[in-house]
Design a protein around this ligand. Structure first.
Ligand SMILES: Nc1ncnc2c1ncn2[C@@H]1O[C@H](COP(=O)(O)OP(=O)(O)OP(=O)(O)O)[C@@H](O)[C@H]1O
Ligand SMILES: O=P(O)(O)O[C@H]1[C@H](O)[C@@H](O)[C@H](OP(=O)(O)O)[C@@H](OP(=O)(O)O)[C@H]1O
Ligand SMILES: [Mg+2]
Ligand SMILES: [Mg+2]
Length: 339
């Protein structure tokens, strides 16, 4: 591996056909990052600018062939992945056991926490984060495992306040796991198919904060979100409405003409504490958080979603942040070995 990064000018990527991984590894001149990503993710993340910058910093991205044993490939310094399924998880766990020298980003069992919308937010609830900068919680929520006819009673018993956001319990990256609905009355929820999480909708002025985390680096952007629901609207409407992935759209709300009390970013020290705690508690390094501010309560924040290996392509300056992070991982391993 080459640890200096003084020359980080951007350049187009070179393909691996010109040089073998073994040769580069042998010379210990490159950090080799094996990646197992969907083609959609490769397109949005592994852009020419990232590959070019990485190469100039001594990092090479190499595609993992899922049809060949992982141990026969590489050798890798780092494995980067976002694929689902039990089989892939087992392959990675086995690889981690037999290759402790390789950093797998991130460990599959840690990622599993994010595949269930209840366990995803549990660590934030447990944290009970409250300091001079503000308070961070999660919306009150209820899980419906089966039997949709039980929903109206369950909602009343739990004392949840309408409207509710209904989210599939499983958040595995499938299109279905992103099919969310807003319910104005509990009876209409019987139309939906459990397993579900029913979450109180928190008015937040139609803007949310996406907090991207790459190791210790944090970047926050504003995105458009669902508009507030007024008491009047609630009393006049009934039913359950599917809504699109509004905050996932690449359109940023950073330049929009917004009410300053809505647009003000959450205090940096609060986000740093939150991110650090989630990293520690979940053992994750690559994720983002969706955070909203309760409308009219400057210091009250709610985490509503955590995503593993999100769309970093939409994070400003991700190429520099990501490559620095990869180098820091190798450097810290290197230091550990030489003490
Ligand atoms: N409790 C809530 N209160 C207010 N708005 C909410 C709440 N939960 C979700 N939303 C709105 O719905 C959107 C989608 O919800 P969420 O982020 O949980 O879904 P997702 O499918 O996991 O999204 P992503 O594409 O970020 O993975 C949020 O970005 C936000 O606009
Ligand atoms: O494919 P799944 O596992 O569902 O993950 C998605 C995340 O849930 C989203 O948060 C990502 O979008 P953002 O980076 O806008 O959060 C989204 O980014 P993308 O729109 O670039 O694909 C995905 O990473
Ligand atoms: Mg989200
Ligand atoms: Mg999500």
């Amino acid at each position: 591996m080459r640890l200096n990064d003084e020359n980080d000018e951007e350049e187009g990527p070179k393909t691996m056909s010109h040089c073998s991984i073994g040769h580069l590894q042998q010379e210990k001149s490159f950090v080799i990052v094996g990646y197992a990503l969907t083609s959609k993710k490769v397109e949005s993340f592994l852009k020419p600018k990232l590959e070019g910058l990485a190469r100039n910093k001594g990092i090479l991205f190499v595609a993992i062939d899922q049809n060949r044993p992982l141990s026969d490939q590489g050798p890798f310094d780092i494995v980067l992945h976002k694929l689902t399924g039990k089989e892939w998880r087992q392959i990675l766990e086995e690889y981690r056991r037999t290759h402790p020298e390789v950093t797998v980003l991130d460990p599959p069992d840690a990622i599993q926490h994010l595949h269930n919308r209840l366990s995803m937010l549990q660590c934030v609830a447990d944290m009970n984060l409250s300091d001079t900068y503000g308070k961070v919680g999660v919306p009150r929520q209820l899980v419906i495992k089966r039997d949709s006819s039980s929903i109206p009673d369950a909602v009343t018993k739990a004392g949840l306040i309408l409207p509710l956001v209904a989210k599939p319990l499983v958040a595995d990256g499938s299109a279905k796991s992103h099919e969310l609905s807003l319910a104005y009355d509990e009876y209409s929820l019987q139309k939906l198919e459990p397993p579900l999480v029913l979450q109180e909708f928190v008015n937040h002025g139609g803007v949310l904060f996406k907090v991207y985390i790459v190791g210790e680096a944090i970047k926050v952007v504003r995105r458009f979100s669902l508009p507030d629901v007024t008491k009047r609207e609630l009393s006049k409407n009934a039913g359950v409405f599917r809504f699109p992935r509004v905050s996932c759209a690449a359109a940023s709300a950073d330049d929009a003409d917004l009410d300053p009390s809505v647009a003000e970013l959450p205090p940096r020290p609060l986000l740093e504490r939150l991110a650090k705690e989630i990293r520690r508690r979940l053992g994750l390094r690559l994720f983002n958080l969706d955070i909203i501010r309760e409308h009219g309560r400057r210091d009250h924040f709610y985490v509503i979603d955590i995503n593993y290996f999100p769309g970093y392509g939409k994070m400003p300056g991700y190429e520099h942040i990501f490559t620095d992070f990869l180098l820091s991982l190798v450097q810290s391993r290197y230091k550990k070995r030489s003490v």
